[in-house]
Structure formats: structure tokens, C-alpha cells
Design a protein around this ligand. Structure first.
Ligand SMILES: Cc1cc2nc3c(=O)[nH]c(=O)nc-3n(C[C@H](O)[C@H](O)[C@H](O)COP(=O)(O)OP(=O)(O)OC[C@H]3O[C@@H](n4cnc5c(N)ncnc54)[C@H](O)[C@@H]3O)c2cc1C
Length: 408
């Protein structure tokens, strides 16, 4: 197994490359990335970097010299446009590149809703350069229109308020972050954004775009109002990049590439990050998660599989989101119809919500409550039935519910 070709220089690809070396892989490692910049920390792009609180060098995951030292051949601006599993090759504009092992971490592309005009001041946010362009545009704008109140929309809205901009945030669903966090937690986020001065319009869509000289100047909304804006960010989610996996004939399911417990999509072909529909061994079902720690974890898990044989990747999904001074953490993976058990003080924004299915905890969400979130992760891993009222009872020490943990 002499050459690993990694397609995608993001969270998954970068972590896979360095983890391969850490695990003693001595063959060739080649990263082919469509991006023009070396791998960077994407979560900074809607937060500290966008607000100019961290400088560019801190945003990169590694120094250029690190790739040289670890013998990782990083080729930027090299999109892979096709390939053949039978020939064991991928195609770049210059020709074919042979692989023994192929790793895909292609991420996704921001959606552009139908009817969106292509105007100079209508932006999306995925890459470092998108963030630089947004930061520059924010500098000379007064009123930002956010289309979409998912994580990217909500975080950019918080950043823009911190920068002193007026923000109007339009969301088709009933509350912000509804798909990811459900209605009740979404309602709390609605209050948080409104209390920080965001003009939040939920259950609302953009009906009309007013464009003048190539720039959007305002919109007509479905609530019948007209709003001016001098900058628009569309944050309507992503579509995982599946053209290449399709061309390679990999199994497509659940909006991504179907991978087994060890993140394998086909013989010596692995996929991770936003595009992986992973059969999670602990949760016992396939999930696709669009979060940073998951992508990096997948990268390391793929390296473990490549070096040590196909080992199941068991780490629970974990993510966080920082908006204003509110810190959210989430472990596991829950669905909207799971039973919710609330613990802590909702009004003080220090609480956790446990999501149970047939009495087993599947996910735990915590607002400013990191310790409970950690114990919640152990509860999920234990796969034991738990009484929701015990989770809600602040007199009960949660560690007592986890068999392997010492109480206290
Ligand atoms: C602004 C922003 C803020 C975020 N904040 C958070 C956060 O606070 N917490 C959190 O948990 N998650 C956050 N995320 C999500 C997180 O960054 C993603 O889940 C993670 O980056 C996914 O990693 P990935 O490896 O799947 O894809 P990516 O990191 O997107 O990397 C994909 C790479 O593949 C390359 N590529 C695509 N197609 C090709 C091709 N055909 N050939 C070659 N290369 C290709 C791309 O150029 C890119 O380099 C944020 C995302 C964004 C955009």
C-alpha cells in the first residue's frame, strides 16, 4: 500500500494526512484540493476571523513547512474531475493520478435558492476567501440581510451585530436552528438574537429582489413588508459534493456516500466529513453530520483503518456553536420525535436537554453547561435505559447513572 491519495484539503483530508504519518504510514501521501489555500480552520470563518479577532496565520491548520516535514504532497487548486475505481486512478486537469488507497473529504457547496439574483453584494460563505470577501463587504455596509437562520446564518448574524451592523434575518421555518436543534431550543435562540438587536423574521421568505446596477438594494418579504439592505448573505445549507463519488460509482444514500462502520465506501476507498453517511457502531444507525470535529475525527478514523485494517469508528458526533456569549455543545445525534428531558435553568441559559429514544439517550444538547454535556456523552455510550425524570432531577448526580464513572 504505497500511495494514499486524499481528495479534499478540508477538515477530513488534512486530519487524515497527518494521522497517517502519526500512525507510522511510510508511503506517499498526496492531497488534491480544489481550494487555492492550504487547509484552514473553517469554524473561525463565521466567528473570530470574520470579526478580525484572529489573524490569518492562526486560521491555517498547519504551517507550510509541516507538510514538507511530514512528506505530505499538498497540491492546491487541483480539483479532481473524475476517476475510475477499476483503474485505481483519479483525474485532474493535467491527467490521471494513480492511487492505492483513496480518501474523499469533499465537503459541500452552499445552496443558492431559486430566484436568487446574481448580484455583487449577494454572498455565500464556505471558504476562507468567502469569509475575507464577506468581512470586506461588511466593512462598507450598514444593513445585512441574512437569508437563513441555521448555524452559519445565526453565527454571522451574531458577528455582524458585534461589529455594529444592522441585521435582518429571514428564516422560512418557525424558529432559528429548527432543523438542527428543534423548536424549543430554536425559540430560545430566537429570543437571544432579538435581545441582541437582530430583526428576526421567522416563517418568512423573500418574495422579490430589488436589484439596481448589479446590486441588491432591498427585498419584498412574504410578510408583506419591504426591507432595504446593502449586503446579503445566503446561508441556506449545503449540498454535499457528490459528483465525484457518483462518477466513481460509490454508493449514494442519505444525502451522502454510504460508508461502513470503518468509514469505507469500497475496497481501499474511504469517505469522511460532511459527505459521509456513516453506519455509526454505537448509535446503531447511519448518520450524516455536517460538523468540524466529526470531519477531523473521520480523517483520523480513516487513517486508523488504512494503517490497522478496517477498525470501526466509534467516536460520538460532537459539535459546538458560539453566538454572542452563549456557548452550545452537542454530543450524539437525535431526531425531532425523540423524548426531551430538560435539566437546569432555561431562563439563565444554563441547561442541558437529553434526547431519548425508547429510554436510551441518543443526544445531549447543552447551553453553557459543558460538564453535563460530557457526562451526557457517557450516558449515550452506555446504551442503558434511563428514566427521563432522573435526568431532569437536579438532586440526582448524573455520574451515578453511568456505570463506569466514579460518582461526584
Ligand atoms: C463558516 C463556517 C463555520 C462553521 N462553524 C462550525 C462550528 O462552529 N462548529 C462545527 O462543528 N462545525 C462548523 N462548521 C462546519 C465544518 O466546518 C464542516 O463540517 C467541515 O469543514 C467539514 O469537513 P469536510 O472535510 O467534510 O469538508 P471541508 O472542510 O469543506 O473540505 C472539503 C475540501 O474538499 C475540496 N474539494 C471539494 N471538491 C473537490 C474536488 N472535486 N477535488 C478536489 N478537492 C475538492 C474543497 O476545496 C475543500 O478543501 C462551519 C462551516 C463553515 C463553512
Amino acid at each position: 500500500m504505497s500511495r494514499v491519495v486524499i481528495v479534499g484539503g478540508g477538515g477530513t483530508g488534512d486530519a487524515a494526512a497527518f494521522a497517517l504519518r502519526k500512525r507510522g504510514f511510510d508511503g506517499e501521501i498526496l492531497i488534491l484540493s480544489a481550494d487555492r489555500d492550504r487547509p484552514y480552520d473553517r469554524p473561525y470563518l463565521s466567528k473570530e476571523f470574520l470579526r478580525s479577532e484572529v489573524e490569518l496565520p492562526k486560521v491555517f491548520l498547519h504551517e507550510e513547512a509541516d507538510y514538507v516535514r511530514e512528506r505530505i504532497d499538498l497540491r492546491l487548486a487541483s480539483p479532481v474531475i473524475g476517476g475510475s475505481l477499476r483503474e485505481r486512478t483519479v483525474t485532474v486537469s493535467a491527467g490521471e493520478v494513480a492511487f492505492d488507497v483513496l480518501v474523499l473529504g469533499l465537503g459541500g457547496t452552499p445552496r443558492r435558492p431559486q430566484g436568487l439574483p446574481s448580484a455583487d453584494n449577494v454572498l455565500t460563505l464556505r471558504s476562507l476567501r468567502d469569509s475575507q470577501a464577506l468581512s470586506q463587504a461588511l466593512g462598507s455596509s450598514k444593513r445585512l440581510l441574512m437569508v437563513g437562520a441555521g448555524f452559519i446564518g445565526a453565527e454571522v448574524a451574531a458577528s455582524a451585530r458585534k461589529l455594529g451592523k444592522e441585521v435582518i434575518m429571514v428564516e422560512a421555518l418557525g424558529v432559528p436552528l429548527q432543523r438542527a436543534l428543534g423548536s424549543q431550543v430554536g425559540e430560545i435562540y430566537a429570543e437571544i438574537h432579538r435581545s441582541h438587536g437582530v430583526d428576526l423574521r421567522t416563517g418568512t421568505t423573500v418574495d422579490e429582489w430589488h436589484v439596481n446596477a448589479g446590486r441588491v438594494t432591498g427585498v419584498g418579504l412574504s410578510d408583506g413588508t419591504h426591507e432595504d439592505a446593502d449586503l446579503v448573505l445566503v446561508a441556506a445549507g449545503i449540498d454535499p459534493n457528490l459528483d465525484l463519488p457518483r462518477a466513481l460509482g460509490l454508493p449514494i444514500e442519505g444525502g451522502g456516500v454510504r460508508v461502513d462502520k470503518g468509514l469505507r465506501a469500497a475496497e481501499n476507498v474511504y469517505a469522511g466529513g460532511d459527505m459521509a453517511f456513516h453506519n455509526h457502531p454505537v448509535l446503531g444507525r447511519p448518520i450524516r453530520v455536517e460538523h468540524w470535529e466529526v470531519a477531523k475525527g473521520h480523517g483520523r478514523g480513516i487513517a486508523a483503518s488504512v494503517v490497522g485494517g478496517d477498525a470501526p469508528y466509534t467516536k460520538l458526533p460532537y459539535f459546538w456553536s458560539d453566538q454572542y456569549d452563549v456557548s452550545l455543545e452537542y454530543r450524539g445525534n437525535a431526531a425531532g420525535d425523540d423524548t426531551a428531558a430538560w435539566r437546569g435553568d432555561r431562563r439563565a441559559l444554563t441547561f442541558s436537554v437529553f434526547y431519548l429514544r425508547a429510554g436510551v439517550v441518543e443526544g445531549v444538547l447543552s447551553m453553557n453547561d459543558a460538564k453535563t454535556n460530557e457526562v451526557g456523552g457517557k450516558l449515550i455510550e452506555s446504551r442503558r435505559k434511563v428514566d427521563p425524570s432522573a435526568l431532569e432531577n437536579m438532586d440526582i448526580d448524573l455520574t451515578e447513572l453511568v456505570p463506569s464513572l466514579p460518582a461526584g
